[in-house]
Design a binder for this molecule. Structure first.
Ligand code: GLU
Length: 320
């Protein structure tokens, strides 16, 4: 097995781990071990207002209780703004990102005028209002110019030199569909037309914080992540991240999205809907519950025995 595998678990410290987040943590650890690779933990505290003080230490302790120890000291996104800014500057210099002065209300009104459906999962599909410049208004957020980003991705795929595109066709989005296709190791073939379904998404927010999409892509690239194993709720972000990787000349990792744990109301278990803190005083009970979600049935009397048996099972199912 080549030792080139680098995996990661990237929790947002908005609260302690719950049963659902352990599934993603365990699966990413098992996949790394099954491939003879390294496993890193990255604390995604870029969205500072949502972070809970001390949650990072609690998460690391819960992981350690379950025998999931990172191979390097965890990295904190809050300390990496300079790198994200550099990536944004690079995109701006190549006309792949632009400042936007629109408020949420402005976007709603623009969509109304265009007769376009307003939301997708509660998010507004930005109609490209500020593509043509700010006209004296102050910049609030920074967005990816998805049409030109897709051009640049297509040129790269066709083996052409990565010529800086020129921002000629500003204004509303009216491009032919160009879905980004990718293959998930569990979910199979996936496709998303980022320009039409998501629009020019935010890279740096109006509050000055970098958006998850940019931070995650810059960090996965900087840490040399080759395999991403994470919860299925994040699958919808993958096409955007592949597009950004291509704009920033970063390789695209392999993806595996794990099943979600549903709460009593049938919704995904999350800190937002009050999921309970994972009890790791009985680590084998916590690990067994997570393994069941992953379709594994593991025997073991100590955490280390259990993890070794689980790694062997995982390797049989997923090492390819
Ligand atoms: N920080 C994200 C979360 O906790 C995960 C990001 C990722 O794995 O790409 O939902």
């Amino acid at each position: 097995m080549p030792a080139t595998y680098v995996g990661r678990f990237a929790p947002s410290p908005t609260g302690p781990l719950h049963a659902g987040s352990l599934v993603a943590a365990l699966a990413s650890w098992l996949d790394a071990r099954a491939h003879g690779g390294r496993w890193l933990v990255r604390v995604e505290d870029v969205d500072q207002p949502r972070c809970v003080p001390g949650a990072d230490r609690l998460i690391l302790q819960q992981l350690a209780d379950c025998g999931l120890l990172p191979d390097e000291p965890p990295l904190y996104q809050s300390q990496r703004s300079a790198l994200y800014q550099q990536a944004l500057d690079d995109l701006v210099a190549r006309d792949l990102a632009y400042p936007c002065a629109c408020t949420r209300r402005d976007i709603e009104l623009a969509l109304e005028r265009l007769g376009r459906p307003k939301t997708r999962h509660g998010e507004l599909v930005y109609p490209g209002t500020c593509r043509g410049g700010l006209h004296g208004q102050a910049a609030r957020a920074w967005r990816l110019r998805t049409d030109l980003a897709l051009d640049s991705m297509q040129n790269q795929a066709a083996g052409q030199v990565n010529i800086a595109p020129t921002a000629i066709n500003s204004g509303a989005i009216n491009n032919p569909p160009r879905p980004i296709r990718w293959s998930d190791r569990r979910l199979g073939a996936q496709a998303q037309d980022v320009a039409a379904e998501v629009g020019d998404f935010v890279l740096k927010r109006a509050d000055g914080l970098f958006a998850y999409q940019l931070a995650v892509v810059v960090d996965d690239g900087a840490q040399g992540i080759t395999h991403i194993v994470r919860g299925e709720d994040l699958a919808d972000n993958t096409a955007r991240q592949i597009l950004l990787q291509s704009c920033l000349n970063l390789p695209t990792p392999a993806y595996l999205h794990t099943p979600l744990v549903l709460g009593p109301n049938g919704e995904k278990l999350s800190k937002q809907n009050g999921a309970q803190m994972l009890d790791t005083r009985e680590p084998l009970a916590a690990l067994n519950a997570a393994a069941t979600v992953l379709g594994l049935q593991v025997q073991g009397t100590t955490v280390n025995d259990w993890l070794a048996a689980a790694t062997a099972q995982w390797a049989n199912a997923w090492r390819r």
